[in-house]
Design a protein around this ligand. Structure first.
Ligand SMILES: [Zn+2]
Length: 81
């Protein structure tokens, strides 16, 4: 039972490794990711590495939420003008 658990954890860790990107790489893709989201596309499908990074990196999630907020605000203001 315990052995099996370790196998699952190890497998998960190895699978995670495949998509692993750094915070810098994530940051460089955040614009694109946010644009896709605002366009109604599925960024998790198109940029899975970013989605995966956001899932486990609170710092980048914070960055992303700030970016998204600013883009939505800009979009609203553009509509008003
Ligand atoms: Zn990060």
């Amino acid at each position: 039972m315990a052995d099996k658990l370790w196998q699952v954890l190890l497998k998960t860790a190895l699978e995670t490794e495949e998509y692993e990107i750094t915070c810098l790489e994530c940051f460089n893709l955040l614009d694109q990711y946010a644009d896709l989201l605002l366009e109604g596309a599925d960024p998790a499908e198109l940029l899975p590495s970013v989605q995966q990074h956001l899932n486990h990196c609170p710092a980048c999630t914070q960055e992303f939420e700030t970016l998204l907020f600013m883009l939505q605000k800009a979009a609203r203001e553009a509509d008003i003008l």
